[in-house]
Every structure is written in C-alpha cells, then in structure tokens.
Design a protein around this ligand. Structure first.
Ligand code: A2P
Length: 273
C-alpha cells in the first residue's frame, strides 16, 4: 500500500454502511383525517420480498433519525416504494410524516424483514389475508405480486375497519387491479376482497374474528370453512386482532409458520406507530 493511500484512508470520515438512505417523496394521497399513503424513490440496492416491513422515518431536530417499522405496500417488482400510514395527532413520527409533500425526504433503512411472505407458508389451494386498519398494507404488496396467483387458486383478502371511509385504499387498489398490466389477468376470478365495518352500517358488519367464528364469512363467500389441508392464512392488524385471529386459526387446526419452518398461517410481527 502506498503512503498516499494509507493517509487517505486514515482521514476519511467513518461511514456507517447500515445507515438509512435519504429518499425522495414522489406522491402523497390522503384518504381520511387518519389515513394516507405515499410513494418514495427506491434505491437500486433495496431488495425485499412482497409482504416484508422496513424501518422508515424522518430526522429529528437533534439530527438523529426517528424510525418506525412500516410494511412496504408496493410489490417487490415495483420501481418505487409505497407505504400506507395512520396519522396519530401526537405521534412522534406520524404527526410529522402526514405533512410530507412531493420533493421532501424520507429516511429508509437498509434491511427489510418479515414473516408475512409466501415463503413462510406451505403450498395450498386457498390463501386468506386477514387485515384490520393499516394492517392491509402488506397485502397491498402481495395482491400485486404475480407469485401470489402462481401459488394459489384462490386469494381472499379481508379488510375490517371502524368506518366505511377507511376502506378507500383497499377498495380502490383491488378494483384497479383488473387493469394492471402485470396481474390484471391473474386476479380475474381468483382475487376477492371482503370488507366489513364495525361502527356504522355496511354490506357486511362485525369484527373478522366474529365473522370467522360464526361461519358468516365462509357463507358469504360461498366457500367451506377453514381446512388445514387446503387453506393458508396471513394475519395483520392490531396486536389484539392478531392474537384473537391466531387463536381461531389454531382452533381450525392450522399451525403457525416462519421463514425457517413454513406452515399453514403466519402473523405480522411489526407495528407502525
Ligand atoms: P371494533 O370497532 O369492534 O373495535 P383499531 O383501529 O382499533 O385497530 O380497529 C380496526 C378494526 O379492527 C375495527 O373494526 C375494530 O373493531 C377491529 N378490531 C379491534 N380489535 C379487534 C380484535 N381483537 N379482533 C378482531 N377485530 C378487532
């Protein structure tokens, strides 16, 4: 090594290879005073599997990053990254994040991870994705991924919210998929969105757990009840919703899977605040 090279290395500032990258906001859409989605640039080196989550955030006034786990709502093949977020008025991150506009910067961590991935499930016939609130986000990724339709004959996504207005993101997205150049033909006759609302009138009302337990969900869809031989499930919502829905999967004879040991159902293990 030359003297020059040694000197340059010694004086170079320490660079943390795992530090978040600064990405540009491309698009923001607000649905209600509590919900919005946004899209940011995707670095070439950022790889993830549809359904995974990653830490994203904003710099704090003291310069340190304020990061929270967010499911990536766009599919793995997309050139941009999409996120679906709640707005909490006194939330340290979301109270500021909800004001972002195109051109602003958002921090993106380097290592996505997660259990809501197709690889953590055994092959099957019918895939259920049970979601409440912003828990729909990882499924917004998976319903846009051709792999989902290559692996399952039937894909049933459920989304339960307190109010009808909170269903806008899932309904718009699923409706638009028939015109999607990549999965448009695959979703026809295969993908179904079942929405329910708990605090005002709607076509279907009640918590997803009650709809599973009573059998109403299956009757409405015209499918048999849960069967570990054919059915697989992914669950994403609040901690309580995940635990209660998980208990119903176990009662139906489905086992929890992971990346290391795929089985019949998986649950989300990250929470955005
Ligand atoms: P509910 O209105 O009966 O509380 P939240 O915004 O609180 O996460 O709720 C989103 C949706 O999830 C609401 O429709 C809510 O119903 C429902 N929910 C809340 N807790 C559970 C639970 N433990 N199991 C199933 N659904 C739940």
């Amino acid at each position: 090594m030359s003297a020059d090279a040694t000197g340059a290395a010694a004086s170079a500032p320490a660079v943390n290879p795992n530090a978040p990258t600064s990405e540009t906001v491309l698009d923001v859409e607000h649905y209600t005073d509590r919900l919005f989605r946004f899209r940011i640039t995707r670095p070439m080196s950022f790889r993830f599997r549809s359904g995974e989550f990653v830490m994203i955030g904003l710099p704090k006034e003291d310069g340190k990053p304020l990061l929270r786990a967010y499911s990536v709502a766009s599919p793995a093949w997309d050139e941009e990254l999409e996120f679906y977020s709640i707005k909490v008025p006194d939330g340290p991150l979301t109270s500021r994040l909800c004001n972002i506009e195109p051109g602003d910067k958002v921090l993106l961590a380097k290592k996505p991870t997660g259990t809501l991935v197709l690889d953590a499930l055994l092959p099957g016939k019918r895939l259920y994705m049970f979601s409440t609130g912003t828990g729909f986000a990882p499924f917004a990724s998976l319903v846009r991924d051709p792999d989902t339709y290559e692996r399952y004959d039937e894909v049933i996504v459920t989304h339960t919210c307190r109010e009808v207005a909170e269903l806008a993101y899932s309904r718009n997205l699923v409706e638009s998929l028939v015109n999607d150049p990549l999965v448009g033909e695959m979703v026809e006759g295969k993908l179904r969105l079942y929405t329910s609302v708990t605090r005002e009138p709607h076509e279907h009302t009640g918590r997803i757990t009650d709809l599973i337990e009573s059998g109403k969900l299956f009757a409405d869809l015209g499918v048999p009840g849960l069967d570990p031989a054919t059915d697989r499930a992914m669950i994403c919502g609040s901690m309580a919703m995940i635990q209660d829905t998980k208990a119903l999967m176990i009662k139906a004879g489905l086992n929890e899977g992971s990346n290391a040991s795929p089985a019949e159902f998986v649950i989300e293990k990250a929470f955005a605040g």
